[in-house]
Design a protein around this ligand. Sequence first.
Ligand code: SF4
Ligand code: SF4
Length: 518
Amino acid sequence: MDPASCCEVVDGIHLMAGLPDWMFFSGIGLILTLSFGFYFLKSKPAATFRYDLTRFTFIKWLVTRRWFQFALQLPVLIIFLIILYAGFFGNSRINIAPALTWTIWWGGLIFAILLFGKIWCTLCPWDMVASVLSRLKFWNVGIVNSSLNLKWPKKARNITLAIGLFIALTWLELGYKVTASPFATAVLGLAMLLMVVLPVFLFEKKSFCRYGCLIGRISGIYANISPFEVRAKDRNVCLSCTSKDCYNGNENGYACPTGLNLTGLNQNTYCTLCTECFKSCPSDNVALNVRPLGADIIDYPKPRMDEAILAVILLSLTAFHGLTMTPMWEDLAGGGDSIIARMNEFFGLGPLFSFSIGMTAILLIPYLLYHAMCWLSSRLSGGAVSTREVFIRFAYSLVPIALFYHLAHNGMHVAMEAQNVVPLLSDPFGYGWNLFGTMGVSYPMLMGDQSVWLLQVATVVFGHVLGIRIAARAGEKMFGHGKKALIAQIPLLLAMVIFSFVSMWIMHLDMNMRSSMM
Ligand code: SF4
Ligand code: SF4
């Protein structure tokens, strides 16, 4: 495609040109130079700056209102119901459900997480329905608790279910192409609602949010980079507290839905920003802090194998997401030169089968590469650190690479496609209405191609540098100082450079726009 023009329509397929060569090579040059520069600098601990927003009386007043979360969730629930109605009862081909869900919500979610952390959980409409139905209260604390309060099965107290759901959603989204179907989009929304609501009647607190929710777990691991956190103002006050109201709940606030205790809370992963602890703490000891980007993840306090696996899978699937939108992966105009077309020819079992094989391969390749580099690193350290430990500790440095590539990719979709929602606002169900006079009007993109490309390069490079900083810190903690320690870290540095190179290369390829598929 002509790199001078950002978008082309070929046989009804909207194509966006990938990064021009000079931007691609500059990006790669920056990644290489900054990698070595930052890696050999002395690693620094996370910055300790914090500013508690509840010092503002209005913010404190807001987060301590019982109706606060309900008031935020209600408009989102209404939009969710509109999506369900459009999907089930609207025009079966074109209505607002896919654009609102996949372009605005799914595309924009990643920006919301970077800026505000677990804000989606605060707004979550599925959680709202689950809370109201199980408590029989809109927002007040009540005595009704219709849950059987079973413990979540011991063997499942990890995030394997959430990882499995994430892989399944990616397969449905990209392989089964639910993004193109209003009906399938609504079915998925309803399935998500049932997955959140049913467990609250069976298990204690919000166990599904803690262990099973793919949105909660993905946003959880990413939220460790965000500039907001809920924390104890003074740890000593928590240590001397015997009632642990944040954990147990009281007449002013429900128990923490994910079973957190402010005494030891030092990461964002499992906090849903529900604000119950602001209401329940009798000592007014809960802060809503603003902090530097990446504060939790630079010295991640409790690394775990299941979270490490999620980090690697996030990296694979976000890159896979980008790759599947290129004509190289699948030529929507029907050309026979794409990866899918070649696999179809080879296996002869149809595009969904070929897609599944391709997806499995792309899930496994980065995982195996990362594992091999961890093994090599462990060997180079003389076996001082096991492969398993290297795998767990270093995986958190992949999180910013995945997040910022995710941002670069989704930013392109939002900038180039968000305007498509405006006409649909006039006819959300595809009934032929023109409520606001926006039907048939063509609206400009939010951003031009040059700005999108520059932002994409800057975003990927920033994510890489943050990842290197985290890796350098983890490396120093594991291997110590000196020549041998530095040599042991080289395979991991190489893995990170390869991952960022692949991100940049995918952005260099032309891209099929979602509007082609809707
Ligand atoms: S964890 Fe999932 S279900 Fe729970 S509040 Fe967050 S998005 Fe909603
Ligand atoms: S109650 Fe728990 S989940 Fe809710 S804001 Fe407090 S720590 Fe976070």
